[in-house]
Design a binder for this molecule. Structure first.
Ligand code: HQG
Length: 196
């Protein structure tokens, strides 16, 4: 009997863990430190796919098929290929100054930001700052913000009066994978959301 059929769970789980590890590494390279794998990004954040595969293979296992699967299955749609799939980039989240041709857009009335309790005092004093990234990341719904906040310990959610901020002249952008971005959020547009 085929042992893969007998034990699909653990095998599938191992493959998923391996893919997640490789994906994390790719997102670090494409957003923050391409030089670690000997890569360069162009002004629009694109890396050469063959160079990425070769670079990643110095420390991880990656084939073109696996890369295509990572991109296709990514639950946040973190990556895009160009039309002939010779280049790849992260859709948002960069700390290095690249122009990923974000769409400037009018935001909904309210957007959400999830953070950790430890940052609240500073946020209530200084507003939301992009910290190491190019933009503050905002979520379209509270549930997503909660997931983002949990990455930082005990989660705290802020409502952002996005439409008012936009109407006051602050540009907002929507990444192709649905993350709202803005340079910073002054305290007057923030309200801590009640625990539910
Ligand atoms: C906090 C993930 C002190 C801010 C997520 C956040 C997201 C302040 C932290 C994306 C502050 C930065 C981005 C202030 C903001 N004082 N702390 N004045 N202003 N902060 O990871 O938004 O899985 O750079 O609240 O899903 O958590 O990587 O940003 O807690 O979309 O694709 O400083 O990363 O996506 O943390 O997450 P981060 P983030 P991926």
């Amino acid at each position: 009997m085929d042992r893969e059929i007998n034990r699909p769970g653990p095998r599938r789980e191992r493959q998923t863990q391996e893919m997640t590890r490789t994906s994390r590494y790719i997102s670090m390279l494409l957003r923050h430190r391409p030089e670690v794998a000997g890569l360069t990004l162009d002004a629009h954040g694109w890396a050469d796919v063959d160079a990425l595969i070769a670079g990643v293979n110095k420390t991880h296992f990656l084939t073109r098929e696996l890369l295509e699967e990572i991109v296709r299955l990514d639950e946040k749609g973190r990556y895009s290929f160009n039309s002939d799939k010779t280049k790849i980039r992260a859709n948002q989240g960069h700390s290095i100054p690249v122009d990923v041709e974000l769409e400037q857009k009018t935001p909904p009335e309210v957007l959400w930001h999830g953070t950790g309790e430890k940052y609240v005092a500073s946020i209530e004093e200084k507003g939301l700052l992009p910290k190491s990234r190019l933009y503050v990341h905002l979520s379209p719904d509270r549930e997503t913000a909660l997931t983002v906040g949990r990455r930082h310990g005990r989660p705290v959610i802020f409502r952002v009066l996005a439409r008012r901020m936009h109407d006051d002249g602050f540009p907002f952008y929507l990444s192709v994978n649905g993350v709202w971005l803005t340079k910073s959020v002054p305290v007057r547009y923030l309200a801590r959301d009640e625990e539910k």
